[in-house]
Ligand binder design. Structure first.
Ligand code: HAM
Length: 411
């Protein structure tokens, strides 16, 4: 029969990968919880409208990357392509605006986008994300950015670049879009057809183009960063100042475009050269209108999400060692004794395994070494056991009743 394989763009997480992911999760928890972030998890699917309203009708995500389906009740549901809108929905739904601001939340979940798969780009991928709601203080923007920088450093993610920009307020942005649209229409004949076709829908995307002629046009295009209102400009300057104070280097990149429409003011992205084409490790920004778009009270917010697969790729292959085995129980016809010994060892918190594949005594010794066990005990049904320290090679005979004390003392 033909084999059934994993769907295109998805992957299995095998035990070795799971260990690295668990280490990443632990590092995230140890960094974020002391900073006041509490874990939140939302459903894997949501009302489609949640994303079309916030991520934006004109974005690639909503236009072509959502896995949507209609349920028995005729409701359109979508596998979540991102986490910010769901967290804001939950914030409104649970009246979290009554909590002391800022409300700090983090998540580590899988997301779904029907993108063309390639290295670092999947159709189901994991994100670690944080959202801080209820404060427009530039220190909150800076705090979130500093936390991502710290996390990447702790994970050993190597050289990363931080690019930063401001998208201003929705009104300034709307005026700017008009201005940019006019500029693009005036240069329409020089633009790549795909860019030309998007002038009305999403003129900002023109900055993303790889086409040389388009890039030449864009180098002379008006920039949003030069159109900021004083309050937005001051906010942005304060974020940059705080990043400098925290020793987090960054580059101003007025062409930084994020693939989601809900952003206001600060936007940023960390990239890593270790990643190739899909160089974005994590990104985010401020979204001061998002909660209101979902029927909640006016609530500023800022956050980021970082791709788990991309962070692990940037960190390279130095795999987190699995927990070392304290005791391997070999046996020569004393299966039940070995079984009981392993159960008792595990009760005491030791990492223990027994022979289960019918190996010869010699083969069992090899297996213990393969597993990296500290000790191997050989049970033959008698009152005594032979205990071998696999690190030093020393061997001794001790009473079976004294075995676990001995291993616990030496492990
Ligand atoms: P995003 O830039 O769309 O932002 O995604 C954040 C990160 O998720 C990317 O930098 C990348 O590492 C990872 N990622 C995205 N798509 C894929 C994919 N197809 N395969 C593998 N990894 C991927 C957001 O999702 C926003 N919700 C971030 C945010 C939070 N903004 C404010 N708060």
């Amino acid at each position: 029969m033909s084999r059934v394989t994993v769907p295109r763009g998805t992957f299995d997480i095998l035990p070795r990968d799971a260990a690295r992911r668990a280490a990443l999760e632990a590092a995230a928890r140890e960094l974020l919880e002391p900073a006041g972030y509490g874990r939140i998890e939302t459903p894997t699917f949501e009302a489609t409208e949640l994303f079309s309203r916030t991520v934006g009708e004109a974005t690639d995500i909503v236009q072509k990357e959502m896995y949507s389906f209609t349920d028995d009740g005729g409701r359109s549901l979508t596998l979540r392509p991102e986490g910010t809108a769901p967290v804001c929905r939950a914030y409104v739904e649970h009246g979290m605006h009554k909590l002391a601001a800022p409300v700090r939340l983090y998540y580590l979940s899988s997301f779904f986008r029907a993108e063309r798969p390639q290295a670092g780009r999947y159709r189901q991928f994991w994100q670690l994300g944080i959202e801080a709601l209820g404060s427009e203080d530039p220190a909150v923007d800076a705090e979130t950015i500093v936390l991502l920088a710290a996390l990447l450093r702790r994970l050993g993610a190597g050289e990363t670049r931080l690019r930063l920009s401001s998208l201003a307020s929705p009104q300034t942005r709307a005026d700017y879009r008009e201005e940019l649209g006019e500029y693009l229409r005036a240069h329409a004949s020089e633009l790549a057809p795909a860019v030309r076709g998007r002038i009305e829908l999403n003129p900002l995307r023109a900055f993303d183009s790889d086409d040389p002629a388009t890039r030449a046009v864009m180098s002379g295009a008006p920039r949003l960063i030069d159109r900021l209102e004083p309050a937005d400009a001051d906010h942005f300057a304060a974020v940059r100042e705080l990043l400098e104070r925290a020793g987090v280097p960054h580059e101003l990149d007025p062409t930084l475009v994020r693939g989601l429409d809900y952003y206001t003011r600060t936007v940023f992205e960390f990239t890593s050269d270790a990643l190739g084409a899909q160089s974005g490790v994590g990104g985010g920004g401020r979204y001061d209108g998002l909660v209101e778009m979902l029927g909640g009270p006016p609530t500023p917010g800022v956050g980021w999400a970082a791709g788990v697969e991309r962070m692990l790729m940037a960190a390279g292959e130095d795999a987190t060692p699995a927990r070392p085995l304290d005791l391997f129980v070999a046996h020569d016809g004393a299966r039940a004794d070995a079984f009981a010994t392993v159960a008792a060892a595990r009760e005491r918190g030791l990492a223990a395994q027994m022979e289960l594949a019918g190996r010869s005594l010699k083969g069992q010794h090899k297996q213990a070494e393969r597993l990296g066990a500290r000790y191997m005990a050989t049970l033959d049904g008698g009152e005594d056991v032979r205990l071998r320290d696999l690190r030093s090679g020393a061997e001794e005979t001790i009473a079976r009743t004294a075995l676990l004390d001995r291993v616990a003392g030496g492990a």
